[in-house]
Design a protein around this ligand. Structure first.
Ligand code: GLA
Length: 347
């Protein structure tokens, strides 16, 4: 193999936010937009990379055996991290030129980071002849890149959704066991749409890492391995701030299975109610909303959405809303539907 392309889709999380790193439940789906990486074998011992859309054709080059760690937390850190972690995990890579092109805005809450990591990993492995890697192992590896090379203490939601998502389905993920189940997402003429709040976030710099350490502290105080293992009675004993964080996690886990039931019953009104309830919890218990996100949620509801909520890490990014049939979508709204997960692309 001398040249191969791989596509990593972004994801929309229907529900189950800030539950992944707490051993809870989520229900994301992979979307049509994402990142494409074309890898071409080159002579020598280096990896070369060029980022078209995401950085105007900026480049990087480094020795394959020693990807540099110089504190960069932009796209270069992802490339270097994926190369380093694949090698550390025992994969034999080949020197390559990587062309990166994407249709996902960075920091938008639609998982541009996971789309990039996943496309890079699949392309690098594909070029080396590994065309069917273990996808769960790869999700963990990509998440490690984010934690150790980019500095965002994110969980496994985005990478799992990108790698295991499938056309027409949402993916119920139980992060305690990493068991996944496909759930048909078909609401007839009702449409899910995302609207950009206009505020971008860097997970590494937002309140994300702080929320994660608050949850760790809550779990530690309650002496449970994962916060999702705590009972409502235990959570009630926590000091106010930690109690609110934990209440969000427990109630959000419950909403994931209520959402699965609503999808199976094809009940869009109930889907809308759950989106609203998730948003209220993220805003009031998790303090993950911003003025721009609130304005965007309001705009969706005023335009007739039956429910709207922030998606992803919060602190900016996109809002997801459900609109009844034939209702005009508000300006800037972009319809989303479950699309195929990550794959190698025939040239
Ligand atoms: C980001 C992280 C995920 C997850 C969500 C919140 O997208 O990358 O791991 O924690 O935020 O649900």
């Amino acid at each position: 193999m001398t040249r191969i392309s791989a596509f990593g889709p972004g994801r929309v999380n229907l529900i189950g936010e800030h539950t992944d790193y707490n051993g809870g439940l989520s229900l994301p789906f992979s979307i049509e937009d994402g990142v494409m990486v074309t890898a071409t074998a080159i002579a020598g011992d280096r990896i070369e990379a060029i980022a078209y859309d995401i950085d105007d054709g900026a480049q990087d080059a480094f020795p394959m055996a020693h990807p540099p760690r110089d504190g960069d937390d932009g796209w270069r850190a992802f490339v270097r991290g994926v190369v380093a972690e694949l090698t550390a995990a025992g994969h034999t890579l080949v020197p390559a030129r990587l062309e990166i092109a994407g249709t996902l805005a960075q920091g938008s809450g639609l998982s541009s980071s996971a789309a990039l990591e996943v496309a890079l990993a699949l392309a690098l492995l594909g070029l080396a002849g590994e065309t069917e890697p273990d996808r769960l192992a790869l999700a963990r590896l990509c998440s490690k890149v984010e934690n150790d090379w980019v500095g965002a203490q994110t969980g496994l939601l985005d990478q799992t959704a990108s790698l295991l998502g499938s056309d027409g389905n949402a993916l119920r993920i139980d992060f305690a066991t990493m068991a996944t189940t496909s759930v048909r997402l078909d609401l007839g003429e009702w449409r899910l749409a995302t609207v950009d709040s206009g505020e971008t976030h860097s997970l590494a710099a937002s309140g994300y890492n702080q929320r994660r350490s608050e949850c760790d502290e809550a779990a530690w105080r309650l002496d449970v391995h994962r916060l999702s293992d705590a009972t409502a009675e235990q959570v009630a004993t926590l000091p106010d701030l930690l109690r609110r964080r934990a209440e969000h996690v427990l109630s959000e886990n419950a909403r994931v299975d209520e959402m699965v039931a609503a999808l199976r019953a094809r009940d869009p009104e109930e889907v809308g109610r759950l989106l609203d309830a998730s948003h209220a919890s993220l805003r009031d218990c998790y303090d993950a909303s911003t003025k721009a996100v609130e304005r965007t949620v309001r705009r969706c509801l005023d335009a007739g959405a039956v429910g709207a909520r922030m998606v992803g890490g919060g602190f900016g990014g996109h809002v997801l809303a459900l609109f009844p049939p034939e209702m005009r979508l508000p300006k800037g709204a972009y319809e989303v539907a479950p699309s195929p997960g990550a794959s190698l692309v025939e040239e």
